[in-house]
Design a protein around this ligand. Structure first.
Ligand SMILES: [Fe+2]
Ligand SMILES: [Fe+2]
Length: 189
């Protein structure tokens, strides 16, 4: 791991709650393993994995406040579903506080919760690593997605977007339109 990543890791270990930090490290190394499998840049995968939840260091309310202060535009559905705000805020912080200039890494952070149609390999890797990392609580179908992630990442994306949609709908929660677009795109693939 580079000096810069070690510094970011140290900073996040102080800012994030213990569970969130453990999850972060899980995502970082899972992303690196997927990068090995699919020939993606390992350093980029480590960086995006490490920073993907850096916007989650404060409450959802504070995240929205911070977005307003920094001039980050939020869609209506993002404000309705504050779980998504941390992704946009995270990309902003990665760029402005952690000096990450690679747009591919920043996009992977932005789209890690909802995915989007026709993702880059790095975006798919972070999306899936977030879903399957070893500390994730067992949910039905998780082991299949874990297996598929290393077999056929597009199918793994389709499964996890579908499962996320169902989980939210069953719980009577709103589903972000982008998650549905992601699911529809990869269902057809
Ligand atoms: Fe997240
Ligand atoms: Fe995460």
């Amino acid at each position: 791991m580079t000096e810069k990543l070690l510094e970011i890791k140290k900073d996040l270990s102080k800012k994030l709650k213990k569970d969130r930090f453990e999850h972060t490290i899980g995502v970082m190394y899972t992303a690196a393993a997927l990068a090995m499998r699919y020939g993606e840049d390992i350093q980029k995968a480590l960086t995006a994995g490490l920073l993907h939840d850096c916007g989650k260091y404060c409450s959802a309310k504070e995240q929205i406040k911070l977005c307003r202060k920094k001039g980050i535009s939020l869609t209506d559905s993002e404000i309705e579903m504050p779980a998504l705000v941390h992704a946009k805020l995270g990309a902003y912080l990665a760029e402005h506080e952690y000096s990450i200039n690679d747009s591919g890494i920043l996009d992977a952070i932005t789209y890690h919760t909802t995915g989007r149609p026709d993702m880059t390999m790095l975006e798919k890797i972070i999306y899936i690593a977030d879903y399957i990392e070893p500390n994730r609580a067992e949910i039905p179908g998780l082991n299949e997605v874990r297996f598929l992630a290393f077999e056929d990442i597009d199918q793994a994306v389709c499964r996890s977007a579908g499962a996320t949609t169902r989980y939210l709908q069953d719980g009577g929660k709103a589903v972000d339109p982008m998650t549905i677009r992601t699911y529809n795109f990869y269902k057809k693939e």
